[in-house]
Design a protein around this ligand. Structure first.
Ligand SMILES: [Zn+2]
Length: 299
Protein backbone atom coordinates (compact mmCIF):
# COMPACT_ATOMS: atom_id res chain seq x y z
CA UNK A 1 0.00 0.00 0.00
CA UNK A 2 2.77 2.36 1.01
CA UNK A 3 4.68 1.47 -2.15
CA UNK A 4 1.58 2.17 -4.21
CA UNK A 5 1.25 5.58 -2.58
CA UNK A 6 4.85 6.42 -3.34
CA UNK A 7 4.40 5.17 -6.88
CA UNK A 8 1.26 7.27 -7.33
CA UNK A 9 3.02 10.36 -5.96
CA UNK A 10 5.95 9.74 -8.22
CA UNK A 11 3.72 9.40 -11.30
CA UNK A 12 1.80 12.51 -10.27
CA UNK A 13 5.03 14.44 -9.80
CA UNK A 14 6.29 13.23 -13.16
CA UNK A 15 3.05 14.25 -14.88
CA UNK A 16 3.10 17.69 -13.27
CA UNK A 17 6.77 18.19 -14.13
CA UNK A 18 6.32 17.11 -17.73
CA UNK A 19 3.17 19.22 -18.05
CA UNK A 20 4.94 22.25 -16.61
CA UNK A 21 7.97 21.76 -18.82
CA UNK A 22 5.77 21.48 -21.91
CA UNK A 23 4.02 24.71 -21.06
CA UNK A 24 7.21 26.65 -20.37
CA UNK A 25 9.59 25.32 -22.94
CA UNK A 26 8.48 26.26 -26.43
CA UNK A 27 10.89 25.06 -29.08
CA UNK A 28 11.03 26.63 -32.51
CA UNK A 29 10.90 23.85 -35.09
CA UNK A 30 12.41 24.73 -38.46
CA UNK A 31 11.21 23.00 -41.65
CA UNK A 32 12.88 23.60 -45.00
CA UNK A 33 10.08 24.08 -47.51
CA UNK A 34 12.09 24.95 -50.66
CA UNK A 35 15.66 26.08 -51.43
CA UNK A 36 15.16 29.34 -49.60
CA UNK A 37 11.78 29.25 -47.89
CA UNK A 38 11.44 27.85 -44.37
CA UNK A 39 8.55 27.32 -41.99
CA UNK A 40 9.04 28.03 -38.27
CA UNK A 41 6.66 26.49 -35.78
CA UNK A 42 6.66 27.43 -32.11
CA UNK A 43 3.59 28.75 -30.30
CA UNK A 44 0.98 30.75 -32.21
CA UNK A 45 0.71 31.27 -35.94
CA UNK A 46 3.09 29.52 -38.33
CA UNK A 47 6.00 31.70 -39.43
CA UNK A 48 7.49 31.59 -42.93
CA UNK A 49 10.79 33.13 -43.97
CA UNK A 50 12.54 33.61 -47.29
CA UNK A 51 16.32 33.62 -46.99
CA UNK A 52 18.74 34.95 -49.63
CA UNK A 53 21.20 37.62 -50.73
CA UNK A 54 18.76 40.45 -50.06
CA UNK A 55 18.21 39.34 -46.47
CA UNK A 56 15.33 37.75 -44.62
CA UNK A 57 11.71 38.30 -45.56
CA UNK A 58 9.45 37.15 -42.73
CA UNK A 59 5.74 36.41 -42.33
CA UNK A 60 4.25 36.74 -38.82
CA UNK A 61 6.15 36.68 -35.51
CA UNK A 62 4.11 34.80 -32.84
CA UNK A 63 4.50 36.18 -29.28
CA UNK A 64 6.90 38.78 -27.85
CA UNK A 65 8.54 36.39 -25.35
CA UNK A 66 9.51 34.06 -28.22
CA UNK A 67 11.41 36.66 -30.25
CA UNK A 68 14.88 35.63 -28.96
CA UNK A 69 14.18 31.98 -29.80
CA UNK A 70 12.77 32.86 -33.22
CA UNK A 71 15.83 35.01 -33.99
CA UNK A 72 18.09 32.15 -32.87
CA UNK A 73 16.28 29.81 -35.23
CA UNK A 74 16.68 32.29 -38.10
CA UNK A 75 20.38 32.72 -37.27
CA UNK A 76 20.82 28.96 -37.51
CA UNK A 77 19.90 29.34 -41.21
CA UNK A 78 21.46 32.70 -42.16
CA UNK A 79 23.48 35.58 -40.72
CA UNK A 80 21.41 38.10 -42.68
CA UNK A 81 18.99 40.44 -40.82
CA UNK A 82 15.20 40.47 -41.18
CA UNK A 83 14.50 43.29 -43.66
CA UNK A 84 10.73 42.98 -44.01
CA UNK A 85 8.06 41.49 -41.76
CA UNK A 86 4.51 40.92 -43.02
CA UNK A 87 1.59 40.54 -40.61
CA UNK A 88 -1.13 38.33 -42.14
CA UNK A 89 -3.67 39.90 -39.70
CA UNK A 90 -3.79 41.70 -36.36
CA UNK A 91 -4.20 38.80 -33.86
CA UNK A 92 -1.62 38.69 -31.07
CA UNK A 93 -0.30 35.21 -31.92
CA UNK A 94 0.83 36.62 -35.31
CA UNK A 95 1.93 40.15 -34.32
CA UNK A 96 3.12 39.74 -30.71
CA UNK A 97 6.78 40.08 -31.65
CA UNK A 98 6.32 43.26 -33.73
CA UNK A 99 7.85 45.71 -31.28
CA UNK A 100 10.93 43.53 -30.82
CA UNK A 101 11.30 42.96 -34.54
CA UNK A 102 10.99 46.66 -35.30
CA UNK A 103 13.84 47.25 -32.82
CA UNK A 104 15.84 44.66 -34.74
CA UNK A 105 15.41 46.81 -37.84
CA UNK A 106 12.58 45.01 -39.64
CA UNK A 107 10.14 47.11 -41.67
CA UNK A 108 6.61 45.91 -40.85
CA UNK A 109 4.03 45.73 -43.61
CA UNK A 110 0.34 44.79 -43.34
CA UNK A 111 -3.16 45.49 -44.61
CA UNK A 112 -4.44 48.90 -43.45
CA UNK A 113 -7.03 47.31 -41.13
CA UNK A 114 -4.24 45.55 -39.21
CA UNK A 115 -2.74 48.90 -38.26
CA UNK A 116 -6.21 50.31 -37.56
CA UNK A 117 -7.18 47.48 -35.19
CA UNK A 118 -3.79 47.36 -33.46
CA UNK A 119 -4.01 51.12 -32.84
CA UNK A 120 -7.21 50.82 -30.81
CA UNK A 121 -8.47 48.68 -27.91
CA UNK A 122 -10.24 45.63 -29.34
CA UNK A 123 -13.14 44.01 -27.51
CA UNK A 124 -13.97 40.36 -28.21
CA UNK A 125 -17.67 39.81 -27.46
CA UNK A 126 -17.44 36.03 -27.53
CA UNK A 127 -14.59 35.78 -25.03
CA UNK A 128 -15.44 39.04 -23.21
CA UNK A 129 -11.83 40.14 -23.36
CA UNK A 130 -10.24 43.42 -24.36
CA UNK A 131 -6.89 43.61 -26.09
CA UNK A 132 -5.26 46.94 -25.39
CA UNK A 133 -4.02 49.11 -28.24
CA UNK A 134 -0.43 48.32 -29.18
CA UNK A 135 2.36 50.88 -28.71
CA UNK A 136 3.42 52.83 -31.77
CA UNK A 137 6.62 50.76 -32.01
CA UNK A 138 4.56 47.62 -32.71
CA UNK A 139 2.47 49.02 -35.55
CA UNK A 140 3.07 48.28 -39.24
CA UNK A 141 4.79 51.27 -40.88
CA UNK A 142 3.67 50.45 -44.42
CA UNK A 143 0.08 49.48 -45.18
CA UNK A 144 -1.81 48.53 -48.33
CA UNK A 145 -5.51 48.27 -49.17
CA UNK A 146 -5.65 45.61 -51.91
CA UNK A 147 -2.35 44.03 -52.80
CA UNK A 148 1.36 44.69 -53.04
CA UNK A 149 4.38 42.95 -54.59
CA UNK A 150 7.93 42.68 -53.27
CA UNK A 151 10.92 41.88 -55.47
CA UNK A 152 13.25 40.19 -53.05
CA UNK A 153 15.64 37.24 -53.01
CA UNK A 154 15.31 36.79 -56.78
CA UNK A 155 11.56 36.36 -56.90
CA UNK A 156 8.39 38.37 -56.76
CA UNK A 157 6.36 37.96 -53.62
CA UNK A 158 2.70 38.73 -54.17
CA UNK A 159 0.70 39.79 -51.13
CA UNK A 160 -3.06 40.00 -51.59
CA UNK A 161 -5.88 41.03 -49.30
CA UNK A 162 -8.79 38.65 -48.81
CA UNK A 163 -11.80 40.55 -47.64
CA UNK A 164 -13.76 39.84 -44.43
CA UNK A 165 -12.48 36.28 -44.06
CA UNK A 166 -10.81 35.41 -40.72
CA UNK A 167 -10.78 39.18 -39.94
CA UNK A 168 -11.17 42.32 -42.07
CA UNK A 169 -7.42 42.72 -42.50
CA UNK A 170 -6.24 39.34 -43.80
CA UNK A 171 -3.46 38.97 -46.34
CA UNK A 172 -2.11 35.90 -48.09
CA UNK A 173 1.50 35.81 -49.26
CA UNK A 174 2.52 33.97 -52.42
CA UNK A 175 6.17 33.32 -53.29
CA UNK A 176 5.82 33.08 -57.06
CA UNK A 177 9.11 31.31 -57.91
CA UNK A 178 9.31 29.13 -54.82
CA UNK A 179 5.63 28.31 -55.32
CA UNK A 180 4.78 28.60 -51.64
CA UNK A 181 1.60 30.19 -50.26
CA UNK A 182 1.18 31.41 -46.68
CA UNK A 183 -2.56 31.73 -46.06
CA UNK A 184 -2.55 33.36 -42.63
CA UNK A 185 -5.55 32.22 -40.58
CA UNK A 186 -7.80 32.13 -43.65
CA UNK A 187 -7.01 28.40 -43.54
CA UNK A 188 -6.60 25.99 -40.60
CA UNK A 189 -5.33 22.75 -42.12
CA UNK A 190 -7.59 19.78 -41.27
CA UNK A 191 -9.73 21.64 -38.71
CA UNK A 192 -12.73 23.97 -38.68
CA UNK A 193 -11.81 27.61 -39.19
CA UNK A 194 -11.94 30.34 -36.58
CA UNK A 195 -13.95 33.16 -38.12
CA UNK A 196 -13.54 36.24 -35.93
CA UNK A 197 -16.86 38.04 -36.45
CA UNK A 198 -15.87 40.74 -33.94
CA UNK A 199 -12.88 41.60 -36.13
CA UNK A 200 -14.91 41.81 -39.33
CA UNK A 201 -14.56 38.18 -40.44
CA UNK A 202 -17.41 36.30 -42.14
CA UNK A 203 -18.24 32.78 -43.33
CA UNK A 204 -18.90 33.93 -46.90
CA UNK A 205 -15.68 35.99 -46.92
CA UNK A 206 -13.71 33.00 -45.61
CA UNK A 207 -15.06 30.86 -48.46
CA UNK A 208 -14.28 33.60 -51.02
CA UNK A 209 -10.72 33.86 -49.63
CA UNK A 210 -10.06 30.18 -50.23
CA UNK A 211 -11.49 30.45 -53.75
CA UNK A 212 -9.10 33.33 -54.43
CA UNK A 213 -6.16 31.31 -53.10
CA UNK A 214 -7.09 28.39 -55.35
CA UNK A 215 -6.94 30.69 -58.38
CA UNK A 216 -3.40 31.77 -57.54
CA UNK A 217 -1.81 28.38 -56.79
CA UNK A 218 -1.28 25.13 -58.71
CA UNK A 219 -1.05 21.40 -57.94
CA UNK A 220 2.58 21.68 -56.83
CA UNK A 221 2.17 24.65 -54.48
CA UNK A 222 3.27 24.13 -50.91
CA UNK A 223 0.76 25.74 -48.56
CA UNK A 224 1.69 27.03 -45.11
CA UNK A 225 -1.56 27.55 -43.17
CA UNK A 226 -1.90 30.01 -40.29
CA UNK A 227 -1.96 27.04 -37.93
CA UNK A 228 -1.21 23.31 -38.16
CA UNK A 229 0.54 21.32 -40.88
CA UNK A 230 1.76 22.11 -44.37
CA UNK A 231 -0.84 21.44 -47.01
CA UNK A 232 -1.60 21.11 -50.72
CA UNK A 233 -4.02 22.45 -53.31
CA UNK A 234 -5.98 19.16 -53.26
CA UNK A 235 -6.42 19.41 -49.50
CA UNK A 236 -7.46 23.08 -49.73
CA UNK A 237 -10.03 22.18 -52.40
CA UNK A 238 -11.54 19.54 -50.10
CA UNK A 239 -11.58 22.13 -47.31
CA UNK A 240 -13.53 24.53 -49.57
CA UNK A 241 -16.05 21.79 -50.36
CA UNK A 242 -16.51 21.18 -46.64
CA UNK A 243 -17.17 24.87 -45.95
CA UNK A 244 -19.51 25.23 -48.93
CA UNK A 245 -21.54 22.20 -47.95
CA UNK A 246 -21.97 23.53 -44.39
CA UNK A 247 -22.82 26.99 -45.78
CA UNK A 248 -25.52 25.49 -47.99
CA UNK A 249 -27.02 23.49 -45.13
CA UNK A 250 -27.08 26.48 -42.76
CA UNK A 251 -28.61 28.68 -45.50
CA UNK A 252 -31.37 26.10 -46.03
CA UNK A 253 -32.14 26.14 -42.30
CA UNK A 254 -32.18 29.95 -42.21
CA UNK A 255 -34.56 30.08 -45.18
CA UNK A 256 -36.79 27.54 -43.40
CA UNK A 257 -37.04 30.00 -40.51
CA UNK A 258 -34.85 28.13 -38.02
CA UNK A 259 -33.46 30.15 -35.11
CA UNK A 260 -29.83 30.53 -34.11
CA UNK A 261 -30.36 28.18 -31.16
CA UNK A 262 -31.89 25.51 -33.40
CA UNK A 263 -29.07 25.65 -35.95
CA UNK A 264 -26.42 25.71 -33.23
CA UNK A 265 -27.91 22.55 -31.69
CA UNK A 266 -28.49 20.70 -34.98
CA UNK A 267 -25.53 18.31 -35.08
CA UNK A 268 -26.66 16.81 -38.41
CA UNK A 269 -25.41 19.94 -40.24
CA UNK A 270 -21.76 19.23 -39.52
CA UNK A 271 -21.93 15.50 -38.68
CA UNK A 272 -20.05 14.27 -41.76
CA UNK A 273 -17.10 16.56 -40.97
CA UNK A 274 -17.29 16.17 -37.19
CA UNK A 275 -16.82 12.45 -37.85
CA UNK A 276 -13.69 13.24 -39.87
CA UNK A 277 -12.22 15.08 -36.87
CA UNK A 278 -12.57 18.66 -38.13
CA UNK A 279 -14.17 19.69 -34.83
CA UNK A 280 -11.62 18.29 -32.37
CA UNK A 281 -9.42 21.30 -32.11
CA UNK A 282 -9.95 25.00 -31.43
CA UNK A 283 -13.41 25.28 -33.06
CA UNK A 284 -16.08 22.62 -32.45
CA UNK A 285 -18.93 21.79 -34.83
CA UNK A 286 -21.28 23.63 -32.48
CA UNK A 287 -19.23 26.84 -32.52
CA UNK A 288 -18.90 26.63 -36.30
CA UNK A 289 -22.69 26.23 -36.80
CA UNK A 290 -23.34 29.25 -34.57
CA UNK A 291 -20.73 31.33 -36.42
CA UNK A 292 -22.13 30.35 -39.83
CA UNK A 293 -25.65 31.18 -38.69
CA UNK A 294 -24.66 34.61 -37.33
CA UNK A 295 -22.70 35.37 -40.47
CA UNK A 296 -25.17 34.10 -43.08
CA UNK A 297 -28.41 35.37 -41.54
CA UNK A 298 -27.28 38.91 -42.38
CA UNK A 299 -27.36 38.15 -46.12
ZN1 LIG B 1 -5.87 34.72 -36.12
Amino acid sequence: MKFLNILTSFILLLTVTVGFAQKKEVQIKVTKVTDHVYMLVGQGGNIAISVGNDGVFMIDDQFAHLTPKILNAIQSITDQPVEFLINTHWHGDHTGGNENMQKEGAVIVAHENVRKRMSMDQFNKKRKTTKKASPKEALPVITFSKDVSFFFNDESIFIFHVHEAHTDGDAMVYFTESNVLHTGDAYFQGKYPYIDLDSGGSAQGYIAAIKKALLVINDDTKIIPGHRNMSTKAELKAYLQMLESIEEKVMTEIKAGKTEAQVTKDTSITKKYDDLGYGDWFISGEVLRKTFYQSLQKL
